[in-house]
Design a protein around this ligand. Structure first.
Ligand code: THU
Length: 140
């Protein structure tokens, strides 16, 4: 498991908070910011981007992850989520499954405006991911 340095954690949380300001959530009114930390120490932000079709909307976690992968930054060691709510928000099941492909040992940190941050390992949140016929080893 990757050990997160305090300065990395602070920067990751700050990036998630900042990304939330870019959220496009006119339909749900539920803005979400996220940021992933790569093995190389890079931080990549993402926000939720909704669409009039609703079904085409994308969560903040997947926006951040897809952006990191698009930049050739494959291995993710931590993910921070920020929501301007009283309690912390955890990633939805779809995002957990997508994260698991690139970030089996990922630490998930959720920060909000009320309670203390919530921290869980991805493997705890999704202990039994879907594995297709050609799935790479996702690290049981
Ligand atoms: N959403 C996220 O971005 N991340 C989550 O972990 C949960 C939900 C978004 C999707 C949608 O734009 C809005 O929040 C309401 O569900």
């Amino acid at each position: 498991m990757h050990r997160l340095q305090p300065h990395q954690r602070q920067a990751l949380e700050a990036a998630a908070r900042q990304a939330c300001a870019c959220a496009y959530a006119p339909y749900s009114q539920f803005p979400v910011g996220a940021a992933v930390l790569t093995e190389e120490g890079r931080i990549v932000p993402g926000c939720n981007v909704e669409n009039a079709s609703l079904g085409l909307s994308c969560c903040a976690e997947r926006t951040a992850l897809f952006s990191a992968v698009s930049q050739g930054l494959g291995k993710i060691v931590a993910l921070a989520i920020y929501t301007p709510t009283a309690g912390p928000t955890l990633p939805c099941g779809a995002c957990l499954q997508v994260l698991r492909e690139f970030a089996a040992d990922c630490l998930v940190i959720s920060v909000c405006d009320g309670e203390d941050p919530l921290e869980k390992f991805l493997k705890t949140l999704l202990p039994a991911p879907f594995r297709g016929q050609n799935s790479p080893e996702l690290g049981a």
